[in-house]
Design a protein around this ligand. Sequence first.
Ligand code: 6GU
Length: 279
Amino acid sequence: MASYDEVNAICEFLRARINITPLVGIICGSGLGQLANRILQPVIIPYKEIPGFLQTTVKGHKGNLVFGTLGGKDVMVMQGRFHDFEGYSQQQITLPVRVMRLMGCEYLFVTNAAGGLHQNYDVGDIVVVKDHISMPALAGISPLTGPNDERFGTRFPALSNVYIKELRNLALRKADEMGIGQLMHEGVYMCCCGPTYETPAEARALRLLGADVLGMSTTAETTVAHHAGMRVLALSLVTNHNILDIDQMEKSDHDDVLEMSHCRGDTIATLLTHVLAAL
Ligand code: 6GU
């Protein structure tokens, strides 16, 4: 895990390039980076120019930090996130969240592409995450493993109220006002690290455990944000159905995931812009 001083050094580098104090940090999921194109007076900083930052390796993830204004609020957007399956540790993939916090962000908004397990979810639906199950954390692989620096947060954080109810309600209300209420759900997101999609037997087992959607990201970032006192909103786009039946010929495929996320990317960007405007 990067030390407080190392995170601060990245912030110093960024502060020299921008003249805003971002209120909201936003992490865009697979194919959902369009939101960054709507930012006013954008300052785009490629990850590769930031000393001590990581690089994305996944198709559909660009690799820029974008600072500017969206919905009248100062924001800092990650166009492309980091995942365990790229070979990064949980500590590494959450470094940007700590950078966001020390840059001044009080909120973290996260989007992701996910497989739908709940029988009522259709491809293209949007799930407001109300709670999560982190398979890596339950297996002892937490982003908060290791020495705890109290300047970030407490040693034993409670995770009972990570996905703030007022933000969830605000997102649902704004979706209604946009006329997309029929696409919306509230559900439980489960992180399985990938890169494999789940076997049918795994998908059935995970459904029994209480997962509504499955993805390969998000829980590490939201855990670190909550630890640091940030208010979190997470949205999952259902890009495909999890395959529950071994005799089904269909299979999960990253290109299908990207196609659906491009389709809904603008809708999600509009929804988050309305939420930002109402903060
Ligand atoms: Cl089916 N599983 C996981 N773990 N992540 C996904 C997915 C499925 N579809 C999109 N992302």
